[in-house]
Ligand binder design. Structure first.
Ligand code: FE
Ligand code: FE
Ligand code: ZN
Length: 277
């Protein structure tokens, strides 16, 4: 069965979020660990989490992906911003332990003119500080579109970070289809080549999740604006090939398209109808 879900709001608690997922026939869920702008997180309500975990089990919701606030910047120039990113992620990972085998995705950061090597050095330092041997959450680096000075604009930059982290067994990659398309990887006409390159540079065993988005912009535009499935420049045919590709079809997919719950439900139904078991 296709593992597909979308980004959902956790503002009414985990159990209510789970009910939303069931309503739209999703069996994966992504949520922000806190306000995307990076405010303080609500304390975990253990009763709510337990109700959510039971609901998830009954409904075969297999993949839970927490997303760090996208405003965090682990490789900012300003030390206080880097410190805030580190403390936030450290706290998020602590709270993710309530969910056992979950995943935690973050944007590597923007080096803001310091150069990509300095950027990578700060990101590696942070990961080496916060990853713990006993942690059961896999931390995912998201592939970025290369907007501004974003680190993670190509597979090589992601690989360099992974190589320099000591507890790299806790690391994986989340591939965002809109981002890599905008980043110049032609998943429309050359999906096999792109996946071969991912395998050669990073290794497909690191690939743990897919953000499934269409793109408002063109190949190599370095823009990062998501479109609804089939309404962008990636298009429904390429997206159908992506969800059915033998190297991808068993991974969890997460929609981050511009939709409310109902729109997500329609996209999930459409993608399920296009999936070959
Ligand atoms: Fe993201
Ligand atoms: Fe994404
Ligand atoms: Zn994006």
């Amino acid at each position: 069965m296709l593992k597909i879900g979308c980004h959902l709001s956790v503002s009414k608690g985990f159990y209510e979020m789970g009910k939303d997922a069931v309503k739209i026939n999703a069996n994966t869920i992504q949520f922000f660990t806190r306000n995307p702008r990076g405010g303080s997180a609500k304390p975990i309500d253990e009763n709510d989490v337990e109700k959510f975990l039971n609901l998830a089990k009954e409904n075969n919701i297999e993949s839970l992906l927490a997303h760090a606030p996208y405003t965090l910047n682990a490789c900012a120039k300003d030390e206080s911003i880097r410190k805030f990113a580190k403390e936030t992620m450290e706290d998020d990972l602590k709270r993710m332990q309530y969910f056992k085998e979950s995943m935690y995705n973050f944007h590597p950061g923007s080096h803001v003119g310091q150069g990509v090597e300095i950027g990578i050095k700060y990101i590696v330092e942070m990961l080496n500080d916060i990853l713990k041997e006993e942690q059961t959450t896999t931390v995912l680096l998201e592939t970025m579109a290369g907007k501004g000075s974003e680190v993670g604009r190509n597979f090589e930059e992601i690989k360099e970070i992974i190589d320099k982290v000591k507890l790299d067994g806790h690391l994986g990659v989340c591939l965002d289809t809109c981002h890599i398309f905008d980043g110049g990887y032609d998943i429309v006409s050359h999906l096999d080549d792109v996946l071969d390159e991912f395998d050669k540079v990073i290794g497909l065993s690191r690939l743990k999740a897919i953000h499934l988005n269409d793109s408002l912009n063109t190949l190599g535009s370095h823009k990062d604006r998501h479109a609804k499935i089939g309404e962008g420049n990636i298009g429904i045919d390429a997206i159908t090939r992506i969800i059915n590709h033998e190297k991808l079809k068993n991974l969890p997919f997460f929609l981050e398209t511009p939709n409310e719950l109902e729109g997500y439900g329609k996209e999930i139904a459409l993608l399920r109808s296009l999936y070959k078991e």
